[in-house]
Design a protein around this ligand. Structure first.
Ligand SMILES: Nc1ncnc2c1ncn2[C@@H]1O[C@H](COP(=O)(O)OP(=O)(O)OP(=O)(O)O)[C@@H](O)[C@H]1O
Length: 269
């Protein structure tokens, strides 16, 4: 699309975005002690799309995703500068509580980490903490969340059994259900399929495609095929910098940076 300014036709700027950002990241820097792990990160993450973060081991993918819900600050030696704006609020602003942020920005981890409780209690836990006590309401939230995570049919007859009795893939979808139960806006996923078998991986990938209708998703993955299959936009990280960030099909078919090309063609990493 061209833009008309003073009756002149101005070609569309490549950097112009045609999406609504859920996160705006401006000049984000992060250090672990002296180690400069994130360098001048600047890009916007779209609403209701899947954004993949790719790059070789140690390039800062996990560190980056954990800045978005401020989990990275649990490491005492971390220092940061710059700005992360979530829906017009600077997440580092003292007035914006970290609990509130984490209610809106949920996270699913690499290894499924259910609580040692029943399947039902795993999902009801968050809503209970947020003050929902009514059993009927909780039942509805649990069912809706398990359905949303595409695991309801597999567990509906064993809701009171311990979650540890589920397979790894089922546990991961249960953890996604637990995340959905607090009705987040954004879901962060840090290598959510790396501990899963291929069939469970496929189920989680299909689920991500469903979830993006209602949620904005950021996913760290080692697996470039996975990024190509399921994401709309991809950021390629290298040594703590974003080398390239664009729509996924362009990044994989026509990368603009030689380092991206070398990485996606397997020359390093
Ligand atoms: N808790 C920590 N304390 C000190 N340094 C850390 C810590 N976590 C990560 N780092 C360093 O920050 C850099 C980025 O690490 P990070 O785990 O974010 O990379 P990654 O791309 O997610 O790697 P991988 O793909 O192997 O998980 C690395 O140099 C790592 O050693």
């Amino acid at each position: 699309m061209d833009i008309t300014i003073n009756k002149q036709i101005v070609p569309k700027n490549e950097k112009e975005q045609d999406f609504t950002p859920v996160f705006k990241i401006n000049n984000l820097n992060l250090w672990y002690g002296q180690d400069h792990a994130l360098k001048d990160i600047k890009f916007d993450i779209p609403e209701k799309q899947v954004t993949a973060i790719i790059g070789p081991s140690g390039c800062g993918k996990s560190t980056f995703i954990k800045t978005l819900n401020r989990m990275v600050e649990m490491v005492p030696i971390v220092r940061m500068s710059g700005e992360i704006v979530y829906r017009d609020k600077n997440i580092f602003n003292a007035k914006y509580g970290v609990e509130e942020l984490r209610t809106q920005v949920g996270m699913v981890f690499q290894k499924p980490n259910p609580f040692p409780k029943s399947i039902y209690e795993n999902v009801a836990y968050g809503p209970r903490i947020h003050g929902i006590k009514n059993k009927k309401v909780l039942d509805e939230v649990v069912e809706k969340s398990l359905r949303g995570a595409a695991i309801w049919d597999e567990v509906k007859d064993r809701l009171n059994e311990n979650a540890y009795g589920l397979s790894g893939g089922q546990q991961q979808r249960l953890c996604i259900a637990r995340c959905l139960a607090i009705e987040p806006d954004v879901i962060l996923m840090d290598e959510p399929t790396s501990a899963l078998d291929p069939i469970s991986t496929l189920k989680v990938e299909e689920l991500v495609q469903e979830l993006k209708k209602d949620y904005s998703i950021v996913i760290v993955t080692h697996n470039m095929q996975q990024a190509a299959r399921i994401s709309d936009r991809t950021a390629f990280f290298l040594n703590g910098e974003v080398v390239e960030y664009t729509d996924t099909s362009t990044l994989f078919s026509n990368p603009s940076d030689k380092r991206t090309e070398d990485y996606i063609t397997g020359r390093f990493g």
